[in-house]
Design a protein around this ligand. Structure first.
Ligand SMILES: Nc1ncnc2c1ncn2[C@@H]1O[C@H](COP(=O)(O)OP(=O)(O)OP(=O)(O)O)[C@@H](O)[C@H]1O
Ligand SMILES: [Mg+2]
Length: 255
């Protein structure tokens, strides 16, 4: 099982959008996908509520591996399994330190690894115990980013964070910043995107996701954007499929 965490310490950038769409795309490819919603807001849990496994996300930090494994039998449908965000995550954030949280998480992910090909972790927008421990146990990381001034500020902080966490998890591969909600009609967006590409050529993915109403609609209607029946959803679908293809190739997931 390969693990990808979607993280950036700024809200509303598209972490949950990316996690849910990668999950739905990977499922269609026939992969066995688990999604851990580590955000107490539970947005990914809302969009993926048709795929509940019964496991609560806080259990990843405090249940035994045997308890988690008991949710799966050889006959359980494991094409897409949601590990749901729950209020217990607030206790993890408040009561555990990063070292404890990461080691419990690591043990439990190992137990789940025989059941899944890929685990996608959605994180909350603050650099707390939960986000840090998720980054520490993951193989890959992806960070979506809006092209607004406050987001670029968040990006700079994230570069420092990535560098620090990489020292503790040297095997972490950063797949890149994904420019999201880009509105090509706004000179500010175009300018910020070009500045970022010039300043951080190695950190930016070579494509962008537009500001697409159909994406917000899809998340609210618990579906992938390619299931939205409107002409305008087509461009969004191409962009999101390109993101999924990029991630699959970078993670070297066999299909
Ligand atoms: N490319 C896009 N075009 C239009 N709307 C988008 C796009 N990406 C995300 N959104 C919308 O923007 C909002 C924020 O996205 P999302 O919830 O994925 O961000 P997040 O980083 O997970 O936020 P948080 O940190 O609060 O969890 C949502 O309402 C979502 O539907
Ligand atoms: Mg979110």
């Amino acid at each position: 099982m390969k693990t990808l965490v979607t993280a950036i310490q700024k809200g509303g950038q598209g972490k949950t959008f990316a996690t849910c769409h990668l999950a739905l795309d990977f499922k269609e490819r026939g992969l066995r996908v688990a999604v851990a919603d580590l955000d107490v807001q539970g947005n990914a849990s809302y969009t993926l509520s048709n795929y509940k496994s019964g496991i609560k996300a806080s259990q990843l930090f405090r249940a035994s591996p045997d308890t988690l494994m008991s949710y799966f039998s050889p006959s359980t449908d494991r094409t897409l399994c949601l590990i749901e965000g729950d209020p217990g995550l607030a206790d993890i954030e408040g009561l555990m330190n990063v070292g404890e949280a990461a080691s419990q998480l690591k043990i439990n992910l190992k137990a789940l690894s025989e059941f899944f090909d890929v685990l996608l972790i959605d994180t909350p927008p603050s650099l707390g115990v939960i986000m840090s421990s998720a980054v520490l146990v993951s193989d890959f990381m992806l960070s979506p980013l809006e092209m607004e001034a406050y987001s670029l500020q968040g990006f700079q902080k994230m570069v420092t964070v990535i560098n620090n966490l990489r020292k503790l998890n040297p095997s972490l591969k950063f797949l890149g910043m994904v420019p999201n909600k880009v509105d090509g009609r706004k000179p500010r967006h175009v300018q910020n995107l070009s500045t970022l590409r010039n300043s951080y050529p190695d950190l930016m993915v070579p494509f962008a996701i537009g500001l697409r109403d159909s994406i917000a609609q899809a998340l609210g209607e618990k579906m992938a954007v390619w299931e939205v029946k409107k002409t305008a959803a087509r461009i969004a679908s191409h962009e999101v499929r390109a993101l999924a293809q990029y991630v699959i190739e970078k993670m070297e997931i066999e299909q």
